[in-house]
Design a protein around this ligand. Structure first.
Ligand SMILES: [Zn+2]
Length: 251
C-alpha cells in the first residue's frame, strides 16, 4: 500500500492519519452497486502500484478467475521499498522482502509468479510514460481481449493514480476492458463523497472460498502487517475495512 505522500492535494485536505473512515460507515451505507460480470473475462492483467494493492483491492476476484482456469497476471509497478526501509534493513532489503511476499501471496491466490517492473516507489508519476510502454508490451503479448485492472486514477496516492493513468492509456492500445480498483478511497472518502464516481462502480461477485483465499494471501505481507516502531500500514482495522467493503471496481 505504501504511505501516501503528504503533498497530495487530497491528503493535504484530509491527511491519512488515524483510522480513516470507520468500517461501519461503509457497511451501514445503503448504497447499492451493479454486479460486475466476470463470466466472459478471458484473462486479466492485474496492475498494482505496490505489492499488496492487488490483493487488497482485487485478490478474491483474482482467485475466483484463477479457479476457473482464467489466467491472471499480476504486475507490480514498484517494489514498495519506500514504506519504512529504516526499519527493514534498507530499501534494497525491503524491496526483496516485499517481492517475496507478493510471490507467496500470488501463489495462495492460485496465480502465476508476478511480473516486477522495479519502478522506484514514490516515483511512478515521473515514470508514467515508461510504465505505459511496458504495460502496452505486456498487453500485446497477452491473450486477445485480456482485461486490465489497475489502482484507481482518483485514489489519492500519487503512485496509485499514476499507475491507473498509465494502465488506462495502455489499455487504449488494445481492445480490452479496463477496470480500476480503489484502495485508499476507503480511508479518505465517505459513502456520499462527490469525488467518487459511484455511478460507474460495480461489485464483484465473491464466494466464501474467494474471500478465504484473499485473507490467506494477505497474511503473506508480513512487512506491512507488523512494524517495530509505530502502527503498521496494514493495521487490523485497515484489513477489516478492506474485507468488509468487498471488491468494488470503477468500470
Ligand atoms: Zn499501494
Amino acid at each position: 500500500m505504501t504511505e501516501p505522500i503528504s503533498n497530495c492535494a487530497r491528503f493535504a485536505a484530509q491527511p491519512l492519519a488515524g483510522g480513516g473512515t470507520p468500517v461501519e460507515m461503509w457497511t451501514r451505507s445503503d448504497r447499492r452497486f451493479a454486479p460486475l460480470n466476470i463470466e466472459h473475462c478471458p484473462a486479466l492483467l492485474l496492475v498494482a502500484a505496490h505489492p499488496d494493492d492487488e490483493t487488497l483491492g482485487l485478490g478474491a476476484t483474482a482467485s475466483a478467475l484463477a479457479g476457473r482456469g482464467v489466467s491472471v497476471q499480476v504486475v507490480a509497478v514498484t517494489d514498495g521499498e519506500a514504506a519504512y526501509p529504516e526499519e527493514a534493513g534498507g530499501r534494497t532489503q525491503l524491496a526483496s522482502t516485499r517481492r517475496d511476499e507478493l510471490v507467496a501471496a500470488a501463489a495462495r491466490l492460485g496465480l502465476a509468479r508476478p511480473i516486477f517492473l522495479g519502478i522506484p516507489d514514490g516515483e511512478v508519476t515521473a515514470n508514467e510514460d515508461r510504465l505505459q510502454v511496458e504495460l502496452e508490451a505486456i498487453l500485446a503479448e497477452s491473450a486477445p481481449g485480456t482485461w486490465c485492472a489497475a489502482t484507481w486514477r482518483g485514489d489519492g496516492h500519487p503512485d496509485h493514480e499514476a499507475t491507473g493513468r498509465a494502465a488506462a492509456a495502455a489499455s487504449r492500445s488494445v481492445p480490452s476492458v479496463f477496470l480500476e480498483y480503489p484502495i485508499w478511497m476507503w480511508h479518505w472518502a465517505l459513502p456520499d463523497d462527490p469525488a467518487v464516481p459511484w455511478d460507474t462502480a460495480a461489485r464483484a461477485p465473491l464466494t466464501a472460498r474467494d474471500v478465504a483465499a484473499k485473507s490467506a494471501a494477505l497474511e503473506c505481507f508480513s512487512s506491512q502487517l507488523q512494524r517495530g516502531d509505530g502502527p503498521p500500514l496494514l493495521a487490523p482495522e485497515v484489513i477489516a475495512r478492506q474485507m468488509a467493503v468487498g471488491e468494488i471496481l470503477f468500470v
